[in-house]
Design a protein around this ligand. Structure first.
Ligand code: GRF
Length: 202
């Protein structure tokens, strides 16, 4: 399966997918990385891996539609089977989501449906959670609410700050996302009737 990864920043999740895809039995290859941020650190990392990279900066376009139209042109050339959002900090239009629904997944740094949106780690700490974690889910029109493919949990420790918790969650993100992409690329997890059906991530 051909995979294009969308990033906005350092791309550590993207690099975890790149590393996993090097395994000979991995059912997907990363064929492109697209960012909305020309300075995203992940672009240089992907380029160093020989992966095609593209930066499409929103402010360079007159409208969201024009911005997405350019992304669509790049995607038409890359012909991906799967899109992976990985630290991509921009909401996609309904048109974009409809075009890729069932083939587009995202990683979110909370145990959805808890804490959709931003600042998830501080919110978990403020809520007194004793566990936190991350979720890989299908992207649907609502933000951070698509069917869940897999989740990973970590303890919230006394004295945790948003930063210490984020670092602990990021470690399991890098394990979960490749597992979830493998399941999805192998056809073991898929979206059906608005739900994710198929094998469980370990
Ligand atoms: C991670 O916490 C991820 O869950 C969120 O963006 C953060 C940065 O990801 N979506 P990355 O290092 O750019 O992959």
């Amino acid at each position: 399966k051909r995979v294009v990864v969308f990033i906005s920043g350092g791309g550590s999740n993207m690099m975890a997918l790149v590393a996993a895809a090097k395994a000979p039995d991995f059912p997907a290859e990363i064929v492109g990385v697209i960012s909305d941020n020309a300075d995203a650190g992940g672009l240089a990392k992907a380029a160093a891996e020989g992966i095609s990279t593209f930066a499409f900066v929103r402010k360079d376009y007159a409208s969201k539609e024009a911005h997405e139209a350019t992304i669509f042109e790049a995607l038409d050339r890359l012909s991906p089977d799967i899109l992976c959002l990985a630290g991509y900090m921009r909401l996609l239009s309904a048109k974009f989501i409809q075009r890729y629904e069932g083939r587009m997944i995202n990683i979110h740094p909370s145990l959805l449906p808890l804490f959709p949106g931003l600042h998830t780690h501080q919110r978990a700490i403020d809520a007194g959670m004793r566990i936190a974690g991350c979720t890989v889910h299908f992207v649907t029109e609502g933000m951070d609410e698509g069917p869940v493919i897999g989740q990973a949990a970590v303890p919230v420790l006394s004295g945790d700050t948003a930063e210490t918790l984020a670092a602990r969650v990021l470690t399991v993100e890098h394990q979960l996302y490749p597992q979830a992409l493998r399941l999805f690329a192998e056809g073991k997890a898929r979206m059906e009737g608005g739900r994710a059906v198929g094998a469980e991530t370990s």
